[in-house]
Each structure stands twice: as structure tokens, then as C-alpha cells.
Design a protein. Structure first.
Length: 120
């Protein structure tokens, strides 16, 4: 009971720990990569994910995947614009679409089939 009350007040502590770990990794990136990551993160949170499914942001998979990509690119000596291109909003949109499309598509199929099968 106490844990659920605390989580209700302050949120999921494990998710906060994971977020802090991810942010430490971002802060360890070179300046250009940090800047790009923060701008992409801000853009994604501002416009929301394609289809409106915020659950893709809740588990941080999308952002940790981006940090993984950036860390690997730094190790290869690549410039950030070589990784994300010059159309950063398109890169961000495609990243969101790729990370959430399967779950959103399955949810859509399930909801439509359940409703149509009930005859509503």
C-alpha cells in the first residue's frame, strides 16, 4: 500500500532512475550530439508521437535507442548531421513512426475487430 501511494505521489521511481541514466549518457556525448538530442527530444515531446500513443515515450525505448545510435556514431567518428541528415523533423517523425507503428497498428486492429465482432 505504501509503495503505491508513494508512486502515486512521485511517479514510477524505476522509470525516473532509467531516465536519469539516459540523461547521463546524453551528457557524455559531444556538444553537437547533445544539442541535437535535446532538440529532437523537445520536438518529439512537443508534437507528440505519430498517432498520439504516448506510451512509446513512457518506457524511454525510443530515446535510449537514439542515444545508442549517437554513441555508436561518435565511436565511428561520424558527424551528427551525417547521422540525422539535414531534415531533422523528418528524421524525428520517422523515428517515432518506426518505434510505435507496430504497437499502434496492433491496437487499431484489435479495437476495430472487437467492436465489429460485437456488432456495435
Amino acid at each position: 500500500m505504501a509503495k503505491s501511494f508513494i508512486e502515486w505521489i512521485v511517479g514510477d521511481l524505476d522509470a525516473k532512475r532509467e531516465y536519469k541514466k539516459m540523461k547521463k549518457r546524453v551528457n557524455a556525448l559531444p556538444k553537437e550530439y547533445r544539442f541535437a538530442f535535446r532538440k529532437i527530444e523537445h520536438y518529439m515531446y512537443s508534437i507528440g508521437p505519430v498517432g498520439g500513443d504516448m506510451s512509446m515515450f513512457a518506457d524511454l525505448t525510443l530515446f535510449t535507442g537514439l542515444v545508442d545510435l549517437f554513441e555508436a556514431s561518435v565511436a565511428e567518428g561520424r558527424q551528427v548531421l551525417d547521422v540525422i541528415g539535414s531534415d531533422i523533423s523528418r528524421f524525428s517523425d520517422e523515428l517515432m513512426r518506426a518505434s510505435g507503428s507496430d504497437a499502434m497498428g496492433k491496437k487499431l486492429n484489435q479495437e476495430v475487430m472487437e467492436r465489429l465482432n460485437r456488432g456495435e
